[in-house]
Write a protein that binds this ligand. Structure first.
Ligand SMILES: [Cu+2]
Length: 90
């Protein structure tokens, strides 16, 4: 039996679009961030609940594998904790 993978993507353009990503619990997920502007200080994304702190190259998709076993709201932010979004797992 193969497990499906769910995909979600966020555009980073002076903020996060969308700022809320909903994922289904227990289904492996790929979450991508694509930064398309130099606005703000969004060149780093931090997802503390998943141990992720990574640079976002301009105009390139950066894909993270998200552990969806833990339901709830998981915040993400820019490197300076000024811009925010969240991953909701349910
Ligand atoms: Cu910032």
């Amino acid at each position: 039996m193969t497990k499906k993978i769910q995909d979600a993507s966020v555009i980073v353009d002076g903020g996060y679009q969308p700022a809320t990503v909903v994922l289904k619990k227990g289904v492996p997920a790929h979450l991508s961030f694509k930064r398309i502007s130099e606005k703000g200080c969004l060149d780093t994304v931090v997802l503390p609940d998943f141990g992720i702190k990574e640079k976002l190259p301009l105009n390139q998709e950066k894909v993270f594998t998200i552990d969806t076993r833990i339901p709830g709201e998981h915040q993400f932010s820019c490197g300076m904790n000024m811009f925010h979004g969240k991953v909701v797992i349910k």
